[in-house]
Design a binder for this molecule. Structure first.
Ligand code: GDP
Ligand code: CA
Length: 313
């Protein structure tokens, strides 16, 4: 079984962990968001790819939701004492990864190759690809003006109401090598329970990726990041309310028009009319068992005869 997963950070990484427990990991390709990549103290940080790497290597801090378990913060404390601008938190162990990535990028290696090397070093069997090796950055339009993604998300704690999102560089961005092939060979395409606007949006902004999913010949399913109309973490609910007109399964579906055949959503969100197949279950990924079961709910779409994409043979 070959599965392609589009993923952001926290929600996506948790789901990816469940997915590799439910299917043979070597059949899984995760296409990760790079719209919130940034430079911190001269180091290239890819927060969402790192969340996926750490989750699949079992090194992640599940409680914090990002970064590594057993983390310490001495380097950052020292930088702050010396007058460094330490608003973006990077732990000591985490820093090691950013050092290696940055050096490889400076040598001219593309991000996809660097990421493959990191995954291999961490013993990860699934393939992890950035959506693109090209520079693609998310900008968030707010009432306080347009802000760089991490400035809005981390520095200002995503308190500014979002009125729009822009994906700088998306126009000319090419999919990372292997992404289109993985989509062409997949038995199932899955969109993780990630933020539709700032995690999945930048992946789908790569035009050839969007076109490959639009023209798919296999089922595609999204998993809702909402439980009882609320995001488990982060601003997805507020953004859906403002940008899609509500915080229910229908609004999540509307973010993926033409791109999905089914939506897995939480039983607390009730029974609603959707123009895709609804799969209603418990979606809180509280432990390994819950994560795997949620992945299995999404995988059930591959076997389901009731889902038929019009372009299928
Ligand atoms: P980010 O890049 O780190 O912001 O992470 P993502 O965009 O991948 O994930 C954030 C989304 O994950 C939020 O909207 C959460 O509601 C969702 N999320 C986190 N944990 C869970 C969970 O256990 N179940 C579901 N359904 N969604 C979750
Ligand atoms: Ca992210």
């Amino acid at each position: 079984m070959k599965v392609v997963l589009l993923s952001g950070g926290v929600g996506g990484a948790r789901f990816a962990r469940g997915l590799v427990d439910a299917v043979e990991p070597s059949g899984v390709t995760v296409i990760g968001n790079v719209g919130d990549d940034l430079e911190v103290f001269g180091l290239h940080v890819s927060p969402d790819l790192d969340s996926i790497l750490y989750a699949l290597a079992d090194l992640n801090d599940d409680e914090r939701g990002w970064g590594r378990a057993d983390e310490t913060w001495k380097a950052l404390e020292s930088a702050a004492e010396l007058g460094g601008d330490a608003w973006f938190r990077l732990g000591d162990r985490d820093l090691g990864l950013h050092l290696v990535r940055t050096e490889s990028l400076r040598r001219g290696e593309p991000l996809s190759e660097v990421t493959a090397g990191l995954a291999e070093a961490l013993g990860i069997e699934a393939r992890i690809l950035p959506a693109t090796d090209d520079r693609l950055r998310t900008w968030v339009q707010t009432e306080a003006g347009e802000l760089e993604f991490q400035d809005w998300f981390v520095r200002r704690g995503h308190r500014d109401e979002v009125v729009g999102v822009r994906y700088e560089g998306a126009e000319g961005a090419r999919p990372a090598p292997g992404a289109l092939e993985a989509l062409a060979e997949a038995d199932l395409i899955v969109i993780a329970p990630s933020n539709p606007f700032v995690s999945i949006g930048p992946v789908l902004a790569v035009q050839e990726i969007r076109a490959a999913i639009t023209n798919r010949r296999v089922p595609s399913v999204a998993v809702s990041p909402l439980i009882a109309g609320k995001a488990v973490k982060g601003p997805a609910d507020r953004m859906l309310n403002r940008l899609a007109g509500g915080t229910g399964p229908a609004q999540v579906t509307s973010c993926y028009k033409g791109l999905i055949d089914a939506l897995v959503y939480d039983e607390s969100d009730g029974e609603v009319e959707l123009d895709v197949q609804p799969i209603v279950t418990r979606t809180l990924m509280s432990d390994a068992d819950a994560r795997r079961k949620l992945a299995e709910a999404a995988l059930s779409v591959a076997a389901s005869a009731s889902v038929r994409h019009s372009s299928w043979p």
